[in-house]
Design a binder for this molecule. Structure first.
Ligand code: RIB
Ligand code: CA
Length: 323
């Protein structure tokens, strides 16, 4: 009875991000996902400074009509100094676009405390799912402060890492490079996780005509999407949008079970993700509710993407937001 009741329930969702132009896409998709109930939104320093990522999240959440608490996040990594991607996202992180102002407030509490609170609340609903599309500092702080958090979470979908070349230097992907110690702490935890990696997000790059068609869909947000498109190269890679789209369409990505290690010592390879493959592959994967959870944590790495289905999913979700 519980399972069948649970099948019709919205899945509780927390989104941790560093908006960022592709984060803005992922958050917009989240606003068109009736399958999920957004409980918590938290910013972290990453693409640009925390002062911008936090204000961008606050304004995007209000403009998009995303529910959920806004929790204050980390403005710096656990150990290393800030790195920045302002050249890609624009100084303020939003491709120079002025987001509509809002009075919507942040909670007083830190996001890691709110994450634990929401995880406890969502246990009876099959568990809270976390989508992390920025550096993993907030999640690492939560796992360190609350040793039983991993067992209370349905799972983690993260955009980060790479089974190929990096995009912050030759070896490291940006989200992991921003805070490798946080990433290693997450990889060592008992958390079920699915890593949407850079090599696969690149395989899902949008052609210019596809991006133009998506931006032409008449939603209140198309001016922002057009500004973002103007900041993107010929082949637009919306890394975080793929991680978000996967949440509602598990057919998009195939997976392989791995053990993941993040390089935290060697300066040249700092932030590189190193994988041991088990050979166990999944053509599709969704996190089961907590009551169906297997004993040991499952770590999955994305291996392929159905690019056409992905573009179709973006179109479907934008059409649901039309004026
Ligand atoms: O490497 C791409 C990732 O780093 C994306 O999440 C992008 O927004 C940046 O955070
Ligand atoms: Ca991001």
């Amino acid at each position: 009875m519980l399972e069948s009741k649970m099948q019709n329930q919205k899945i509780p969702l927390a989104i941790d991000c560093d908006p960022g132009i592709d984060d803005a896409w992922a958050l917009l998709l989240a606003a068109a996902m009736p399958e999920f109930d957004v409980r918590l939104l938290s910013p972290v320093a990453g693409n640009v400074d925390y002062v911008y990522t936090s204000e961008n999240l606050r304004r995007l959440a209000a403009w998009y009509g995303l529910p959920g608490k806004l929790g204050r996040g980390a403005s710096q990594a656990l150990e290393i100094s800030r790195i920045d991607a302002g050249d890609i996202h624009g100084k303020g992180g939003m491709a120079g676009f002025d987001l509509p102002p809002t009075e919507r407030p942040f909670e007083q509490a830190w996001s890691w405390d709110l994450l634990y609170e929401e995880a406890c609340r969502a246990e009876a609903e099959g568990g809270l799912l976390v989508l992390a599309i920025g550096p993993l500092t907030n999640l690492a702080l939560a796992l360190e402060k609350y040793p039983d958090l991993a067992a209370k979470l349905r799972g983690l979908v993260l955009m980060g890492g790479s089974a190929g070349p990096g995009n912050h230097g030759p070896y490291a992907e940006f989200n992991i490079a921003c805070d490798p110690h946080a990433a290693q702490l997450v990889f060592e935890s008992e958390l079920n996780l699915a890593m949407v990696s850079l090599d696969v997000t690149h395989a899902a790059a949008l052609q210019r005509e596809e991006m133009q068609a998506l931006c032409a869909i008449d939603t209140p947000y198309s001016p922002l999407l057009k500004a973002i498109a103007s900041f993107m190269p010929e082949q637009a890679v919306l890394h975080d949008a793929l991680a978000a789209a996967y949440l509602v369409n598990p057919e998009l990505i195939s997976w392989e079970e791995v053990e993941i290690r993040c390089e935290c010592e060697d300066d040249v390879h700092l932030g590189q993700t190193v994988f041991s493959f088990s050979g166990r592959r999944f053509e599709r994967f969704t996190f089961p509710p907590l009551c169906e959870r297997t004993s040991r944590p499952l770590h999955l790495l994305s291996r392929s993407v159905n690019r056409e289905a992905y573009v179709g999913e973006l179109e479907r979700r934008l059409n649901a937001l039309k004026k």
